[in-house]
Design a protein around this ligand. Structure first.
Ligand SMILES: C[S@@+](CC[C@H](N)C(=O)[O-])C[C@H]1O[C@@H](n2cnc3c(N)ncnc32)[C@H](O)[C@@H]1O
Length: 318
């Protein structure tokens, strides 16, 4: 398996984990099962970890939609089979444009699911075209008023910009970029280019990033070994050794505010009644293992602000 194939396979893994946790009732998502071929059993700490990840990213995204009264764009880079678009559509809470980007192989597979499954294609606006939009390259994609699925290797920022221009991206609209477990698969100079480009190109922007951190200890080494055994190198590990390095890379790229929390801290901040509910779903023998796992992932976000949006968001979060 090539390096890139192994990276793409992480999407199947994430989708499978999300699908399994949804099946057990950790959170509601009637779309994730439509994009998952397999739902093998996962351990309770993995399920709780995924719950915290989905809830935290989802809460920040919804906060942004509320703050901008939905007059905004969402760009999900390395979106894989993410279902936020469909869940927001069901909540009647869509932004003006929801854009997803991933490798052509992944967008082609997602395209096939969207075409084949009614609840998925029904959510698209009526003008939608599915398929062969970037015809010459033969890459499947979706183009519509409210949703665009774009094939692109994120390591080529100029092509990404060109493809976003083709679908009419508006650089003056408040825009949130989500990278959920994506940047860590790229060499640090490539993730830096993305963070720089977002901060430079958009007037008002928010960046949300979820990824591993603190991998320099024994637990981190085992995580890296396990991934290596599956042919997957985390090329971006050097860019995210600590929480401080997470925020520094935003400040170095000119973002106005930057925050980073360990997922163990995020878990403590989630609503108590929700945590009590999910902790009843499965018995967890080794709570220590969950804490260790959560201490090796983080959520970071940055805000570039010309309208006071950042102050408002920060006050909601703190
Ligand atoms: C772990 S999966 C996460 C998927 C999704 N964000 C989620 O959290 O469910 C990582 C995703 O990033 C994508 N990805 C990683 N490097 C990429 C690159 N250079 N260009 C495009 N997509 C990339 C992979 O194909 C995969 O879909």
């Amino acid at each position: 398996m090539s390096d890139d194939q192994a990276v793409r396979a992480t999407n199947d893994d994430a989708t499978m984990c999300k699908s399994f946790a949804v099946q057990l009732g950790y959170w509601k998502d009637r779309f994730v099962n439509l994009m998952s071929r397999n739902r093998s059993r996962k351990t309770p700490e993995i399920n709780r970890g995924y719950y915290a990840r989905v809830k935290a990213v989802g809460d920040l995204l919804r906060m942004f939609l509320k703050t901008t009264a939905n007059n905004c764009q969402v760009i999900s880079l390395g979106a894989g089979f993410d279902t936020n678009f469909w869940n927001l559509q069901e909540e009647d809470n869509l932004p003006l444009n929801y854009i997803e980007v991933d490798f052509a192989e992944v967008t082609a597979a997602k395209c096939a699911y969207i075409k084949a499954r009614k609840p998925l294609h029904q959510a698209l606006s009526e003008d939608s075209e599915i398929d062969f939009i970037f015809g010459l390259s033969g890459n499947d994609a979706v183009r519509s008023k409210n949703y665009n699925l774009i094939p692109c290797d994120l390591r080529y920022i100029n092509i990404l910009e060109q493809r976003l221009n083709e679908i009419g991206i508006d650089y003056s609209l408040p825009t949130i970029c989500i990278t959920e477990c994506v940047l860590v698969y790229m060499a640090p100079d490539k993730s830096e280019e993305i963070i720089n480009w977002m901060g430079r190109r958009f007037l008002d922007a928010v960046f949300i990033n979820y990824e591993p951190v603190n991998l320099n200890d024994r637990f981190g080494e085992v995580m890296l070994q396990n991934l290596r055994a599956r042919g997957c190198e985390l090329k971006g590990v050097a860019a995210c050794p600590t929480l401080q390095s997470q925020t520094e890379r935003y400040y170095n790229a000119g973002w106005t505010y930057a925050y980073a929390l360990l997922m163990s801290e995020v878990y403590q901040l989630l609503p108590r009644e929700e945590i009590e509910r999910i902790e009843k779903i499965e018995f967890l023998d080794e709570t220590d293992l969950l804490v260790q796992l959560l201490k090796h992932y983080c959520l970071s976000w940055a805000i570039k602000d010309s309208t006071g949006l950042g102050n408002y968001l920060s006050s909601l979060i703190n």
